[in-house]
Unconditional design. Structure first.
Length: 462
């Protein structure tokens, strides 16, 4: 490898050859990374370390966006063998592409084009699929990814001229779509597609407000504004006041699970609590108990209820309000979730005699609440702010982290004034000019006699 100091001595062709060699090494390292990601995903490394999945682990380890982590996992799944839930090993869907990437012959972008091209041809049999992959790899050695994508549109005509077999179209099911996004001012922007069978009742509830209020001459709302008010007043408010509607941070949907008090206190993380239609571990039970509506009950030897205490919140409402004022949302580093979707987590768990006090509580969204209970992340309060210490495989130095979006910025102070090393001598000052005095008024000049005429005198007669 040429050093940077010697690059100027290389010719143009030598620089191009050097750049191609470096790119080939990058592609080979990318193939090696995908192989490691494949083994991590197949072996459940993320869940073994307390994360919900492999993507969540890669976000912290590689410090990449979640979209990039999912992209790496998808590439690894197509280029390397997989493992089924029963433990059987499956062949790699694109073995030729995997070998070409490992040899540094194609780029990661070319891999994505080949993956998409073959994904759009799901009806090809195994032999034609191998042929299509080989054709794409031959073209990838010459074309850039954009040209390769255009070439991929003609691959079917080359490997399968007859095309896919005709199928009898089935009647499409009417889909219902609802989309929304938060706006900066706190409002919500929505769009929806409602099936015909539900469009009638919805239209009947809001069509009464399509016209201005009768007798109200000052109703200057537009047609869209009237429909928005009708939707908020006739649908949202009625749904919110419905007694069958589950409330958030209120009386939540109740799930009863039975476990002895001693087992709940002991660290039986992997014990399975079997219910009618739910399976839960003791670890998950303790996580839910961080912020729930508790109904302690005493059961007899035959599971008959002997005593049921009055329900109480593990985190009272006044403490939760204080948590919202302090944390303002999920306190985990980098999480933007608002406080309305967060749980109150006990830093020192109540099962280990932890108190329900604001100094022992922190707001966490459900995803990071599970992560804290299942992994080696630790929490402590520093200057009345939650601080999170990562495991050693995330940061070997285990430097504490905070949510920068929730932490107030320190006040900016102007830099201290530093006098110059040597003070130059003062410049000499010149005395100010004397004040101007007013001059006496000018008198007009005296008239001067006209000059003598230079014409000769006339001659006189003798």
């Amino acid at each position: 490898m040429e050093s940077c100091e010697n690059l100027w001595q290389l010719g143009d062709t030598e620089k191009v050859s050097l750049a191609h060699g470096i790119a080939a090494q990058i592609w080979q390292l990318h193939a090696r990374l995908l192989e490691v990601v494949s083994h991590m995903d197949n072996g459940g490394t993320g869940t073994n370390l307390g994360y919900s999945n492999t993507a969540a682990l890669l976000v912290h380890v590689l410090r990449v966006p979640r979209r990039e982590a999912l992209h790496l996992i998808a590439q690894a799944a197509d280029l390397f063998p997989g493992v089924t839930p029963t433990g059987a090993v499956t062949e790699a869907p694109l073995p030729q592409t995997s070998a070409a990437l490992a040899a540094g012959e194609i780029s990661s972008e070319a891999v994505d084009v080949i993956r998409k091209t073959l994904k759009d041809l799901p009806d090809l049999d195994a032999e034609k699929r191998v042929l299509a992959e080989s054709v794409m790899l031959e073209q990838a050695a010459e074309d850039d990814p954009n040209a390769l994508a255009r070439f991929g549109l003609r691959v079917r005509a080359m490997v399968d001229p007859d095309g896919p077999p005709p199928v009898d179209p089935e009647p499409a099911r009417q889909t219902q779509v609802f989309r929304y996004r938060d706006r900066r001012d706190g409002s919500l922007e929505m769009s929806a597609v409602v099936a015909a069978e539900n469009a009638g009742p919805l239209r009947a509830m809001i069509q009464e407000c399509e016209r201005p209020r009768p007798g109200d001459l000052e109703d200057t709302r537009t047609f869209a504004e009237r429909l928005g008010d009708a939707f908020a007043e006739r649908i949202l408010k009625r749904a919110a006041n419905c007694p069958d509607m589950p409330l958030k941070n209120g009386l939540r949907t109740e799930i009863a699970f039975t476990i002895s008090f001693n087992d709940l206190m002991r660290d039986l993380d992997d014990r399975i609590l079997v219910g009618d239609d739910i399976y839960m571990t003791a670890r998950e039970a303790r996580r839910i108990a961080c912020d729930c509506h508790l109904f302690p009950a005493v059961l007899g030897s035959n599971s008959e209820p002997l005593d049921i205490a009055a329900g109480a919140y593990s985190t009272p409402a006044h403490i939760r309000r204080a948590l919202v004022l302090r944390d303002k949302g999920c306190a985990f580093p980098g999480c933007p979730k608002s406080a309305s979707v967060c749980d109150a987590h006990h830093i020192h768990h109540w099962a280990d005699n932890g108190v329900t006090h604001i100094d022992n509580l922190v707001l966490l969204c459900p995803h990071h609440h599970r992560l804290i209970h299942n992994s080696d992340w630790t929490i402590q309060l520093l200057n009345n702010r939650p601080s999170f210490t990562p495991p050693t495989y995330i940061d070997p130095l285990q430097r504490p982290r905070t949510n920068s979006a929730r932490t107030p910025l320190p006040p900016r102070t102007p830099p201290p004034h530093t006098p110059p090393l040597s003070t130059p001598p003062p410049l000499p000052t010149t005395p100010p000019p004397p004040p101007r005095t007013s001059l006496p008024p000018r008198t007009p000049p005296l008239p001067t006699p006209p000059p003598p005429s230079r014409t000769p005198p006339l001659p006189t007669a003798a």
